[in-house]
Design a protein around this ligand. Structure first.
Ligand SMILES: NC(=[NH2+])NCCC[C@H](N)C(=O)O
Length: 395
């Protein structure tokens, strides 16, 4: 994986399931959804998204299936039980009850608990009284659900032939790291894959990681990825020779712009679609290794200038969506700028972003439209909902 736009061969998606049924008006904000999705329809929309990709010759890997087969390995099963049980929340006694219960269930049931969580009333019965059981509401979570697994972009990201497992910022998403770790460590397809970023210390989310060109990685720094995360990922990709230049791009710390890919995605080898209101303000720091082997940081300078230099092209084109500010803001919120390229000049986008899509087409970009009325309620578009695993090289 050396670019954002090379012909897509294999992609990791998550078909949403019971974890979405955990969302209620009381917990949706904390669980990072803006409304309560209609789950059956969300699944239909997701199936249609997967079909569009398959129709373009892309192999679609589904996270729930990968997780179940990874858990068939007894070591993965034990690690899965460990990842599900939070001693601090349950206390030692109840934690032991849950651990021994989960150790006895099959990989399908354990995968379900890891994804959809478990409430106190769903916990197995045990002898004796438990203050923790008594003082928690029966429908409180003993194991938190992970509704944002849908956004596979964020929890892991491939850079060249290596995978970086994210260290997610929001408490509602932190346990996703453990799920992806299990899949990459134990699924037969991935267990040989080398890791690009071992240190799980500083926050990095894949929605902020953009492969602008072979050897050039942009990393958004904002609500999710910290400067420390960007710097350690940069050091790590330099040490592994996966890139020669990293651009650290500050983005506004707000829900609308939680990741770099909410304001900008690549639609061709030399072109991006970008939220017009970000176009003139986006800057970048350029990171590279000096002749003495030490890290250098230049800038900041305008993002488009820094990117073109690093990519060694005359100009990084911005598709001029020319939208009025209100339409631009509405379509940005609905992930109009969050496209997934399946090949240079061919992208998947939400159909609802009528004007952005029209402008993209006027600029010669083919837009494969998908429905996202329910999928979009978690604030993520086609790029957020996909983790490319293999793309053909551009040369
Ligand atoms: N790459 C992205 N833009 N991902 C969107 C993630 C949305 C998710 N609900 C969150 O708040 O984390």
């Amino acid at each position: 994986m050396e670019s954002e736009v090379g012909p897509l061969r294999s992609v990791l998606l998550h078909r949403p399931g019971a974890e979405l049924k955990r969302l209620t008006p009381r917990n949706n904000d904390q669980l990072l959804f803006d409304s309560i999705p209609w789950v059956d329809r969300a699944q239909e929309e997701h199936d249609a998204f997967a079909e569009v990709l398959r129709g373009r010759g892309v192999e679609v890997l589904l996270l729930p299936e990968l997780l179940r087969s990874a858990l068939d390995d007894p070591r993965a099963h034990a690690a899965g039980v460990h990842a599900a049980v939070d001693d601090r929340r349950l206390g030692a006694e109840l934690a032991d009850v849950l651990r021994s219960h989960l150790s006895s269930v099959d990989s399908v049931a354990l995968a379900e608990v890891l994804m959809a969580g478990m409430t106190f009333e769903e916990l197995p019965a045990a002898e004796g009284a438990s203050l923790v059981r008594k003082m928690n509401h029966p429908r409180d979570f003993a194991v938190d659900p992970l509704p944002n697994l849908l956004f596979t972009r964020d929890s892991s990201a491939w850079i060249a032939d290596r995978v970086a497992i994210s260290s997610l910022t929001m408490p509602a998403r932190r346990r996703e790291t453990a799920v992806l770790d299990l899949v990459y460590a134990y699924h037969p397809r991935f267990r040989q894959a080398a890791r690009a970023y071992g240190a799980h210390s500083a926050p990095i989310e894949g929605g902020d990681v953009m492969l602008l060109a072979p050897g050039v990685v942009a990393i958004g720094v904002g609500e999710r990825t910290s400067a420390a995360g960007a710097e350690s990922l940069a050091r790590s990709v330099f040490a592994d020779n996966l890139a020669h230049t990293v651009l650290a791009v500050p983005i506004e710390q707000s829900r609308a712009t939680m990741h770099l890919d909410t304001v900008c995605t690549m639609v061709n080898t030399d072109a991006v679609v970008m939220y017009p209101l970000a176009r003139d303000s986006l800057v970048a720091y350029t990171l590279y290794t000096g002749d003495d082997g030490a890290l250098r940081v230049d800038g900041p300078e305008p993002f488009l200038t820094a990117a073109a230099k690093a990519m060694d092209i005359d100009r990084l084109r911005v598709i001029d969506t020319g939208l009025d500010p209100v339409t631009a803001e509405r379509e940005q919120w609905d992930d109009g700028n969050n496209t997934l390229a399946v090949a240079p000049g061919v992208v998947v986008g939400y159909e609802r972003n009528v004007e952005t899509n029209e402008r993209l087409e006027a600029a010669g970009i083919e837009v494969l439209r998908i429905a996202g009325s329910e999928l979009g309620s978690g604030r993520g578009g086609p790029r957020c909902m996909s983790c490319p695993v293999v793309r053909d090289s551009l040369r």
